[in-house]
Structures are given as structure tokens and as C-alpha cells.
Design a protein around this ligand. Structure first.
Ligand code: DHB
Ligand code: FE
Length: 279
């Protein structure tokens, strides 16, 4: 049976991809941020996951405002990152996973989630920057990635509770999949940030730290925050917390926090990094 071994959270800011390609990780601005990753890379090196279920949001590359699925799942054998206009260097393709992906899709539809199943999908920084962070030198090609994309760009957006339940259903699918695979789950994006408008640059550190505390063993306490509350408390892009909740829903009731880092600002964002082992 496939096994869910743990969850990892990370911000997915395009400037991180640029810093990696320019090799400036050790400069004063970037060092406190990149210092958050070696313990997670070590854990990944020891646990050797076969598959990453990766929650991210598409910022307009594949799904623009003219068509915006609430939840979409990739079932393709490979994903290419395309030019988003951020000036991120070209990186190798991402390896997909087709069997478990379809099994997840079947389970989600049975559980009454209306998903968009993508046999082709361009992927943006939301998916690629986390892979670059976890496998330096862009050595992520051996890992099979299942993209789970949540709408965080155009209202109406799903609630934290609904994303958590999406994760629960994905867990059910993984745990009933008849192959010995080790699966790790990534929740990308966040934490607080606002990229445009009068509050551009808004970051809420106390709210971010509260979310990091709650996500460990009291994730349901975060259900009280509506999408509107998230925009107020954590900025227009604060609803990216939904990807963290999807990740947390895939893990079991109790998890052990093995590592965390929080640093502000990275670009416009409160950058949160966590490693949670599934009990
Ligand atoms: C930034 C953060 C994001 O989550 C994103 O998708 C794009 C940009 C930023 O802080 O620059
Ligand atoms: Fe984002």
C-alpha cells in the first residue's frame, strides 16, 4: 500500500527561483531564508519519497481569469514550466505520475469533488520553485509529481475547510492504492502577502505564526477564517493558505513538527517553511 510519510510547506515566490539561478543564496538578504531548507533536504534524502503530491496555485499561466477551475489535478507523464514573464531561468521538465493520479481523481469524484482532470498542463513557479528548493541543482527529475491546483486568484475561492477535506479525500485515495510507494505532500504558497493595490507589501507576522502553530495539531481551528477574513488578515494573496490546509488534510490526525523557519520579507511575502512527519 502507498504510505503518506509527511508534509512540507514552503513559499513559492518567483524571486526565489531567480536567486537560485543567480547563485546568490548565501548573500545577506537570502541566507536566513535558504537556511530553512537543509534539514528538510536531509529528511528527504533519508526518507527517499517516490511521489510528491504538490498543492499549488496557478497564477495565470495555464488557467487565466477566463477559465478558472476551483480544483484541478494533473495526470500527465510530464509537466513543462513555461515563461511567466518573471525572468526565471529555464529548468528541466517535471516528471508526472499517471496511475496514482487517476486513482486520486476517481476517489475525488466519488467523494463529490468537482475537479478538472488535466492530461496536459503548463506549470508555473507555484509548483517549480518548491521542487528547486528541495532538490538543489534541479535534481528533482526522479521524483514523480502529482500537481493539485487550487484557485487562489479569482473569487469565489474555496474555504479552508473545503481544501482540508479535499486533502482528506486524497489521503483516502493514497492509502487505498495498491503499490508500495512513499508519498510526501507539499503545501506551497503563503504566508501573508499582498502584491497589488493600496496595501501592496502588507505582511502580518503574528497571524502567520498563529497559522504555523495551528497547522501542526489544531488545523480545524483555522476553519473559522473565511476567505474574506484571510484577505483582511493576510493580504489579497493570503488565501494561498488553502494549499497548506490541503496538505494538512492529507496527513493523519497527529503529526510531529520536525522543523520550521519563518522569515520576512522575502520579496513581498512572509516566508514560512515547515516539515511535519506523519504519525
Ligand atoms: C510573490 C509571492 C507569491 O506567492 C507569488 O505567487 C508571486 C510573487 C512575491 O512576494 O513576490
Ligand atoms: Fe503565489
Amino acid at each position: 500500500m502507498a504510505k503518506i510519510i509527511g508534509g512540507i510547506t514552503t513559499s513559492h515566490i518567483p524571486a526565489i527561483g531567480r536567486a537560485i539561478s543567480l547563485n546568490i543564496e548565501e548573500t545577506p538578504y537570502w541566507k536566513p531564508f535558504f537556511d530553512g531548507y537543509p534539514p528538510i533536504r536531509k529528511w528527504l534524502g533519508e526518507k527517499k519519497p517516490d511521489v510528491v503530491v504538490l498543492f499549488y496555485n496557478d497564477h495565470g499561466l495555464e488557467f487565466f481569469l477566463n477559465k478558472k477551475p476551483t480544483f484541478s489535478i494533473g495526470v500527465a507523464p510530464q509537466y513543462i514550466s513555461a515563461d511567466e514573464g518573471w525572468g526565471i531561468a529555464t529548468i528541466p521538465p517535471v516528471t508526472g505520475e499517471t496511475e496514482l493520479s487517476w486513482h486520486i481523481c476517481n476517489t475525488l469524484v466519488e467523494d463529490e469533488f468537482d475537479i478538472t482532470i488535466c492530461q496536459e498542463m503548463k506549470v508555473d513557479h507555484g509548483l517549480t520553485v518548491p521542487l528547486q528548493l528541495m532538490w538543489p541543482g534541479n535534481t528533482y527529475g526522479h521524483i514523480k509529481v502529482i500537481p493539485v491546483c487550487i484557485n487562489c486568484e479569482q473569487h469565489p475561492m474555496p474555504s479552508l475547510k473545503r481544501c482540508f477535506n479535499l486533502g482528506r479525500s486524497i489521503a483516502k485515495a493514497i492509502e487505498s492504492f495498491d503499490k508500495d510507494l512513499n508519498v510526501v505532500v507539499f503545501g506551497t504558497g503563503g504566508l501573508s502577502h499582498q502584491l497589488d493595490g493600496q496595501r501592496a507589501g502588507f505582511i502580518n507576522k503574528p497571524f502567520d505564526l498563529m497559522c504555523m502553530d495551528k497547522i501542526v495539531n489544531q488545523p480545524e481551528e483555522l476553519f473559522q477564517y473565511s476567505v474574506r477574513d484571510l484577505v483582511e488578515q493576510a493580504g489579497a494573496q493570503g488565501p494561498e493558505l488553502n494549499m497548506w490546509m490541503g496538505m494538512r488534510g492529507v496527513l493523519s490526525g497527529k503529526v510531529t513538527e520536525l522543523h520550521r523557519n519563518y522569515h520576512i520579507p522575502i520579496s513581498n511575502t512572509g516566508a514560512g517553511t515547515m516539515l511535519l512527519e506523519n504519525n
